[in-house]
Ligand binder design. Sequence first.
Ligand code: NDP
Ligand SMILES: N[C@@H](CC=O)C(=O)O
Length: 428
Amino acid sequence: MKPVKVGLLGLGTVGTGVVRIVEGHQEDLLNQVGSPISISQILVKDRTKGRNIAVEASKLTEDPWEIVRNPDIDVIVEVMGGIAQTKEYILEALERGKHIVTANKDLMALHGPEILEKAREKGCDVLYEASVAGGIPIIRTLIEGFSSDRITKIMGIVNGTTNYILTKMSQEGAAYGDVLKEAQELGYAESDPTSDVEGLDAARKMTILSTLGFRANVSLDHVTTKGISNVTQEDIQYAKQLGYVVKLLGIAERQDDFISVSVQPTMIKKSHPIASVNGVFNAVYVHGEAVGETMFYGPGAGEMPTATSVVADLVAVVKNMKLGVNGRQAQLSYNVVKLKTDEQIASKFFLLLHVEDRAGVLAQIAQVFSDFDVSIESVMQPSMPNISSTEIIIITHGASKAAMNKVLKAFESLSAVRKIKSVYRVEG
Ligand SMILES: NC(=O)C1=CN([C@@H]2O[C@H](COP(=O)(O)OP(=O)(O)OC[C@H]3O[C@@H](n4cnc5c(N)ncnc54)[C@H](OP(=O)(O)O)[C@@H]3O)[C@@H](O)[C@H]2O)C=CC1
Ligand SMILES: N[C@@H](CC=O)C(=O)O
């Protein structure tokens, strides 16, 4: 039986997991696809580096072209990360008729359409299940499971690192910097963790999910993005008092033909199922017109969960090879994106204001909300140890983003408001 030969680009956190699963589950994989799967060559940056997995030294190379141009390689598994250079390797591999499995959301969010087009032209597969939500098979679910439905909302915790940080800050009062370091040591964070904490990693994943979910050509530029670096322990504690949890949420919504996609720290009601998704776990909530509410949950990062998705894609590619149907799974056409305006984007809001400590302040603030037609759900003057009583919290009813921006602008010139300390979208 001729083995299917794989060229592995990268032997870091995910690559190591891929080798472990391919080697450890050989018999089971063979039973599924009818051929042995062999990792023939592995690209690394530094061949002399110590590894926590034993691999034959002769398989390691520092020259990507040795793998990409090797005529014996059938499938390239790309788990090295990076964008421009990596794209070059993948396009060249496709040109040579090789199938691609990748965990690279940066690449797929930015250059997915071009890569998929090339794959179609060459009759090759490009599968990227691990690029969103690690071990949760959400991409296959959106493409296949929901092909019959019209999705109206995708809301997800799609970054494991930030969920790990927020969980530890909330449950243990841990300091942001310490937990970030821990997440890096556990292999959850990107090589540059700024993309995790500033929301870019989640934005890239939301680009992929909303493209597939709304069958529209969503690009990263369409996603408004804010990370967690300004989330304070104070915000988290106030949220708790009010029955909310702070999560970095990706939210994609569709109304008629108009969509919005955003990533931001959000206060979500404790009773919502997504509020109890903690640590490195991810969850994606999908609402479809026909199906109603669904939610998918699992580990969102780390060696073995991510590798599970990568190897599942590899199995799918090999099955397609056996059936001679590679390159046939791609969506044929996408809707042109029509973005919602700020008038059309609506949610509840949480505001924490530092205000002057005098009579009449609340009335002035309430007047501003009323001027812009934003209705207030509740006002609270927090009583927390060490917190000055000149702070107030306001939760609004549903209001448009445009109206809320006008309220915030008006507060800038209202002497009663000394500082707008925090503003959060509220869900649930
Ligand atoms: N970690 C996770 O939980 C998840 C990661 N991903 C994605 O998977 C990909 C890999 O992530 P991860 O395993 O964490 O990354 P790592 O940094 O742990 O590993 C990267 C690997 O690629 C090799 N490499 C990187 N750049 C080059 C280069 N220019 N030339 C040759 N080799 C190179 C490195 O070599 P060397 O070992 O010699 O340094 C290393 O083996 C990324 O796209 C990431 O976004 C997706 C989902 C989850
Ligand atoms: N850095 C990412 C890794 C998986 O995509 C995360 O924390 O989710």
